[in-house]
Design a protein around this ligand. Structure first.
Ligand SMILES: Nc1ncnc2c1ncn2[C@@H]1O[C@H](COP(=O)(O)OP(=O)(O)OP(=O)(O)O)[C@@H](O)[C@H]1O
Ligand SMILES: Nc1nc2c(c(=O)[nH]1)N=C(CO)CN2
Length: 189
């Protein structure tokens, strides 16, 4: 027998969803395997389809050598997505990992080429230091492929403990980072 919902009872999700703060989340997309641009676009589509995640900015695409990976690693395409959300940080991490899996990401050794990488850079001013989840992303404040596209779409953004993205972007080496003309990520209407 199916139960008729009682309209006078508000479920817990509705209640907490209404009370949870809206936070700005910054996600970094990267791909250095397969059809890199299609992988980034697919990731953006999947993020845009996520309930309670409202995309407010998408950066240009940048190409650059794999940093901190073996020399023979193919170059990356990188981009930044900025969204407002009431989702909890860990829920966004789980979604990011699921999107990576959906795009055929195979986890082998650290630094191995990947079809898709989705990193959480910041979630508002949250600071998390857990074994499998660190916020802000511990290497974001020194990565040109994060700071330059991020400062392009959200110059007032901040990396808690490190300062404004616009300021950090000014001090980072951009000599190997190239904006890819004629290629951009699109949000469906
Ligand atoms: N802020 C974060 N964003 C994404 N993953 C994170 C974060 N903090 C911790 N992790 C954990 O890192 C694990 C490994 O991530 P991954 O293999 O993508 O690292 P990586 O991309 O090779 O390196 P890097 O972290 O330097 O970008 C994930 O399974 C996830 O649990
Ligand atoms: N250029 C570039 N280099 C990297 C990247 C990346 O996204 N872009 N991601 C890494 C691990 O996440 C390691 N090195």
């Amino acid at each position: 027998m199916t139960e008729t919902p009682n309209p006078h009872i508000i479920d817990a999700d509705t209640l907490t969803g209404g009370l949870r703060p809206i936070r700005r989340v910054v996600l970094a997309l990267g791909s250095n395997l397969g059809d890199r641009a299609a992988n980034l676009q697919g990731a953006l589509n999947a993020l845009a389809d996520t309930p309670e995640l409202h995309i407010v900015g998408v950066s240009p695409i940048y190409e650059n050598p794999a940093i901190g990976s073996p020399d023979e690693s193919p170059d990356f395409l990188n981009a930044i997505v900025v969204a407002d959300t009431t989702l909890q940080a860990r829920t966004i991490l789980e979604r990011a990992l699921a999107v990576e899996d959906a795009f055929g990401r195979v986890r082998t050794v650290r630094g191995a080429p990947r079809t898709l990488d989705v990193d959480l850079i910041v979630v508002g001013d949250k600071v998390i230091d857990e074994e499998d989840f660190v916020l802000p992303h511990p290497r974001a404040h020194e990565r040109s492929f994060v700071l330059i596209p991020w400062s392009h779409v959200d110059p007032d953004g901040e990396v808690p403990g490190h300062g404004k993205v616009a300021e950090l972007a000014r001090s980072v080496d951009t000599s190997t980072l190239t904006r890819v003309d004629g290629l951009e990520l699109r949000l469906d209407d």
